[in-house]
Ligand binder design. Structure first.
Ligand SMILES: *Cc1c(COP(=O)(O)O)cnc(C)c1O
Length: 398
């Protein structure tokens, strides 16, 4: 997954432009910046690379989700349907706008099960937020038709699937809005950063203002801006955008390597008796950042993980079922609604009810699942060795 594996002179050069001009902020200082507008250039490159009308950079992927929810008008009194398997950022963003995260089970795509999403819809539902986890996508046709039918927003969290596609369209550009994270471990990185992508001009204009204190960016200088609404500061810096600008130009190379390494390693894993792989709604669109695989039973998966640990092969393999960051089972803080500043009693009790629901359908999938992350640095020899060892260790353990 990580672009950080390929740090180079290209990133250094873009950064030096910013350091030489000394203008580290993305807005203003027109004369002093010597023509360098790294954030604007990265936004244009994002629109071109991913095929969306508008892109608004943010300080993180979490900030991008929060901004998108605000721009779509999601807030108090609303519910957002999100998956039980994601990153904690998903519910953080929903709670930060005053809405209630309604968790729905995932299926063997490791993303929202559209049939179970339907059951979670109430008159308060305002948006569905699929998360394209581990490099591959949700069933977007099914989710889009649910959204049309019920007049809901479709907000894609594509933070982990930069470069993936669904039926020819880039993930993150299919819904009403979509987000990427450019944090340090994502497919391309800014160090920290994120983006809201949309084809709706009003969602873009609101995102642009929201990320910069609600400034309308129409004033003759910064102090002259008006404020159509109250915003926040989720700005990215020119330093971060400079790194991203170099990385986006190298993205085709990252994705190509990712695919090649994915294919080579998967061929070894496929030889393990009883193994199966995650269902990919559009197989041509996988971004190949992970290979996600299942064993027939939870006990076998646990034995395989233990055997990988003993063989010192566990690094880069993720058994999400026991992971504290990514799966509902271990989100004790969410289940207890532990916040520093306190939630309204109404939201607290709704949240507790949702987070403590029955996720048996997700458990049945996640307890059998392991995801293997793909490195860009592996040589063919290393993949062969890793593939053969993983295959043999897992096969013997089950
Ligand atoms: C990384 C990630 C985020 C948040 O991104 P940050 O830039 O780290 O805030 C959100 N959702 C998913 C699925 C992620 O993997």
């Amino acid at each position: 997954m990580p672009g950080y594996e390929r740090w180079s002179d290209l990133e250094r050069k873009e950064l030096m432009d910013v350091l030489d001009s000394g203008i580290l902020m993305r807005y203003g200082f027109d004369g002093a910046r010597k023509g360098h507008w790294k954030s604007k250039a990265l936004e244009s490159a994002i629109c071109e690379t991913f095929g969306c009308a508008h892109a608004q950079l943010t300080s993180s992927g979490t900030a991008a989700l929060t901004t998108a929810l605000n721009a779509l008008g999601v807030g108090y009194g609303d519910e957002v349907i999100m998956p039980s398997f994601t990153f904690v950022a998903s519910f953080e963003a929903v709670l930060s706008v005053g809405a209630v995260p309604v968790l729905a089970d995932i299926d063997d795509t490791l993303t929202l099960d559209p049939a179970l999403v339907r059951r979670k819809i109430t008159p308060r539902t305002k948006a569905i937020m699929p998360v394209h986890m581990c490099g591959s996508m949700a069933d977007m046709d099914a989710l889009r038709s649910i959204c049309r039918e019920h007049k809901l927003w479709l907000l894609e969290d594509a933070c982990q699937s930069i470069g993936g596609t669904y039926k020819g369209k880039k993930l993150g550009t299919i819904g009403d809005a979509g987000t990427f994270s450019f944090d340090f471990v994502k497919t391309m990185t800014c160090g920290e950063g994120g983006v809201v992508m949309t084809n709706h001009q009003d969602v873009y204009i609101k995102s642009d203002g929201y990320t910069d204190h609600g400034h309308d960016h129409l004033g003759v200088d910064r102090g002259a801006d008006l404020h159509p609404f109250i915003g926040y500061n989720f700005r990215i810096s020119e330093l971060h955008s400079a790194v991203g600008l170099a990385q986006i130009r190298r993205l085709p190379e990252f994705l190509e390597t990712q695919e090649k390494n994915h294919r080579a390693l998967k061929a070894y894993l496929a030889e393990i008796p009883g193994i199966s792989f995650r269902r990919v709604p559009d197989p041509a669109g996988d971004s190949h950042s992970f290979i996600s695989w299942f064993l027939p039973t939870a006990e076998q998966a646990q034995r395989a993980v233990e055997a990988l640990r003993e063989a010192r092969l566990l690094a880069g393999n993720f058994y999400w079922y026991n992971n504290n960051w990514h799966y509902i089972r271990k989100w004790e803080h969410l289940k207890k609604a532990l916040t520093l500043s306190g939630l309204s009693p109404e939201i607290k009790s709704r949240l507790e009810a949702e987070a403590n629901g029955d996720f048996g359908a997700s458990d049945a999938i996640m307890s059998r699942c392991v995801s293997t992350s793909i490195s860009l640095l592996w040589t063919e020899e290393q993949i062969r060795e890793r593939g053969m060892r993983m295959r043999d260790v897992i096969a013997q353990s089950i």
